[in-house]
Ligand binder design. Sequence first.
Ligand code: AMP
Ligand code: MG
Length: 317
Amino acid sequence: MTSPSEITIAANHIKEGKLVAFPTETVYGLGANALNPHAVARIFELKERPTFDPLIVHIASLEDVKKLTVTEDERVNKLAARFWPGPLTIILPKSDLVPDIVTSGLKTVGIRMPNHPVALELIRQSGCPIAAPSANKFGQLSPTQAKHVSKQLPDVDFLLDGGKAQVGIESTIISLNEKGFEILRHGVITREEIEAIIPFYAVPERDKTNIVSPGMLKSHYSPGKPIYLMNENLPADIDKTKAGLLSFSGKNTANYQMVELLAPDKELRTCAVNLFAAIHRLEESNVEYILAEPVPETGIGIAIMDKLRKAAYRYQR
Ligand code: AMP
Ligand code: MG
């Protein structure tokens, strides 16, 4: 676990333009001073992430929204009051302070205030907003524990261990338009929760000018082994005895080589927390492939199924 002095050392690394992997409530982030384009460039290098995929900027105070954006939109304050600190990223028009490399040249920037004491203290002590994608190689599984980071990114300058991520999947990303908000990436905060604060409005495709969320690739989060989603891309000739099962219901688990029970309490939230760690374990085991049982597509289940489909996408037969 993290000691106060470690946070100070990590903050000094950020100030010097180095990279720090740090815990947030969603997943571990790979952070750099968001205002230093050279430091940010190293994130893309270390992750082997294409530079067309913009980064989320993490802040510890609402004052930073004013500095990083050029909006007076009252909805931002309402959303912040309800969801920050927390797993909601808001896309807003960026100010000149934000280097283009952070936003991949887009005129907007994604901002959120993480709900994790270590992350918030790191940002405060660094004295700058921190740009951070998940601390994994591009396209691979997001880390929910420090050991996942050291496995994928052993060359990171500094790693803060904050234990297991409490949410376990990435933030919900929204953009604002004249009439309401749109969801660019599903996460643990649901459309219904946000609609309780501001209206939902999806801009028709034909009216979209500069969309969007370049990171919303169809294939993502790929584990190192084939992953099949039951009822979607499951081959007929599957051999259960060579397979690891991601089970939500806990039913029909017989004969699999290994079973990961994602939510003993049957709660989707628990399933989200355990998902990536369970896939990491199956990756490290000697199962040949991973089978995932679908979860109900309501609330957080929408985000969970989105992750599973992205992981399974390249294994269509
Ligand atoms: P990650 O840091 O891996 O969680 O991914 C961040 C994701 O946020 C990107 O892949 C984009 O989909 C999205 N994003 C970040 N900034 C913007 C932006 N300015 N406009 C639209 N989407 C964004
Ligand atoms: Mg990521």
